[in-house]
Design a binder for this molecule. Structure first.
Ligand SMILES: *Cc1c(COP(=O)(O)O)cnc(C)c1O
Length: 457
């Protein structure tokens, strides 16, 4: 019998817990983020043997190594089969350079991958104990709709989503506000970072303990494991069969949950040559790589890749922890990580809005491929990597850029850059006919707290 994996807090002041507790709690009691104490190693030949597997079969194979002591195999199989019933297209751009479209889920965002699996994992554990829970989450646009859709209609779980009213598109808002039932949406007159701060404060408020709060945003470990799967999937499908083959991924990054999924995949043994960490003008991480000084950006800058407007990525503490360091919630480095190793594994680059627009337009003209702003940041980051690391650009090197949302979610930008109207995926087609319902609150903690107390007894 193998021992279960334990999860520790990045602040190192809370006890270790099982996956189940890390998932249901979200944040550790000391304010830190949960991290697996050890990451199971998958033998290299298995990554090649997955080449004929479907997405949900690979999801089962990868997550089973983390979860098999806590979830029976048959239940896990059902969970992944139910969560992953959509396509994961890998489109060739040129040579061995590909685009992975993570935009075919119900909310047309890569966040569906994490949210759908996390919702089902939570439901599994809550049902076992006959418990109920209130999920509190802050969103800069896409997380909220993915979480709301993933949890919609579940009996044991209610969801409250807080979003910055002026920073999300109409369509992003409608994807959340047209659901109703167990889903409550709140608009804040402020920024995403303000939303996140209010949610964090509610979690540490003992007067709200009775609500059984849990988080579902990128701080929850339950989102990271599922996000390691598509990295494995992409390599399994695109490797050239040679045991020396490896892959470069470009990841458009905001809160760095997506990247953390990739780093976990790499730690299981996936042959990743390098991650290109592509940010927008919120360049605190590329600057950190360059200077060794980490400085948050307050307030965060508004860029057209709006889901990446983050001035202090919540997963930064995890990345630092993975490289042997300690970072507190405010972004202070308590113990230095192995920065040289981080630089070797990850090429960090910031792309400004004008370069993002230029890239979107160029990729459409040259390859007839339609990107949206986040995917364009990712592709532009990969091109910068080719300039800095010319071997990555060689024809035989496998490189995969992640497209994290469907272009139809950003019609205003696409229209103004390309003058065309992106075609809607089925999931977004009938939003305009549905009734919206949401509340508004002031940007301060007492308003938020009172709202929760009045609405959830
Ligand atoms: C959330 C989001 C990102 C950023 O992902 P992180 O895990 O926060 O780094 C990128 N693109 C889109 C479309 C998103 O919704």
């Amino acid at each position: 019998m193998l021992k279960p994996i334990k999860y520790y807090s990045t602040n190192l002041k809370a006890g270790e817990v099982l996956f189940r507790d890390a998932l249901l709690k979200g944040l550790a009691p000391d304010g830190g983020l949960y991290m697996p104490h050890e990451i199971p190693v998958i033998p290299k030949e298995e990554f090649f043997s997955f080449s004929k597997c479907t997405y949900d079969e690979i999801a089962y194979e990868v997550t089973r190594r983390f979860l098999h002591t806590e979830i029976p195999d048959a239940d896990l199989r059902n969970i992944v089969r139910d969560a992953y019933d959509f396509q994961v297209p890998l489109e060739k751009v040129f040579d061995r350079k590909y685009l992975m479209r993570l935009d075919q889920g119900p909310t047309a965002s890569f966040k569906d991958f994490a949210a759908r699996m996390m919702g089902r994992l939570m439901q599994f554990f809550l049902q076992q104990e006959n418990r109920k829970m209130l999920i509190l989450t802050a969103t800069s646009g896409d997380t909220g709709s993915a979480i709301a859709n993933a949890f919609y209609g579940l009996d044991n779980i209610k969801v409250v989503v807080l979003f910055p009213e002026k920073e999300v598109t109409d369509r992003q808002r409608k994807q959340m506000t047209t659901l109703h039932k167990n889903i409550q949406i709140i608009a804040l007159d402020g920024k995403f970072d303000d939303c996140q701060a209010l949610v964090k404060q509610a979690f540490s408020d003992p007067e709200l303990d009775y609500l059984q709060l849990s988080s579902a945003n990128s701080i929850n470990i339950g989102r990271l494991l599922p996000q390691s799967v598509y990295y494995v999937y992409a390599f399994a499908k695109l490797n050239n069969g040679s045991e020396n083959d490896n892959v470069v991924f470009s990841v458009p990054s905001g809160n760095f949950g997506n990247l953390m999924g990739g780093l976990i995949a790499m730690k299981t043994g996936l042959p990743v040559k390098r991650f290109v960490v592509s940010t927008n003008e919120n360049d605190e991480v590329p600057v950190y790589w360059k200077t060794g000084m980490y400085q948050t950006i307050v307030p965060s800058l508004n860029c057209i890749s709006s889901a990446m407007n983050v001035g202090h990525p919540s997963n930064m503490a995890r990345i630092v922890a993975l490289y042997g360091g300690v970072m507190d919630e405010k972004g202070n480095i308590v113990k230095e990580p192995a920065l040289e190793k981080m630089r070797a594994d990850m090429f960090a680059v910031a792309i400004d809005d004008s370069h993002t627009r230029e890239t979107l337009s160029k990729v459409y003209a040259e390859y007839k491929l339609l990107l949206e702003p986040h995917g364009a940041v990712s592709w532009a980051g990969l091109m910068r990597d080719f300039e800095a690391n010319s071997r990555d650009g060689a024809p035989e090197q496998l490189c995969i850029s992640l497209e994290t949302a469907h272009p139809a979610k950003f019609p205003e930008e696409i229209r103004s850059i390309l003058g065309i109207e992106p075609e809607l995926p089925d999931s977004l087609k009938d939003l305009d006919d549905k009734e919206e319902n949401y509340d508004k609150i002031e940007n301060d903690y007492p308003s938020f707290k009172n709202y929760l107390k009045d609405n959830y007894l």
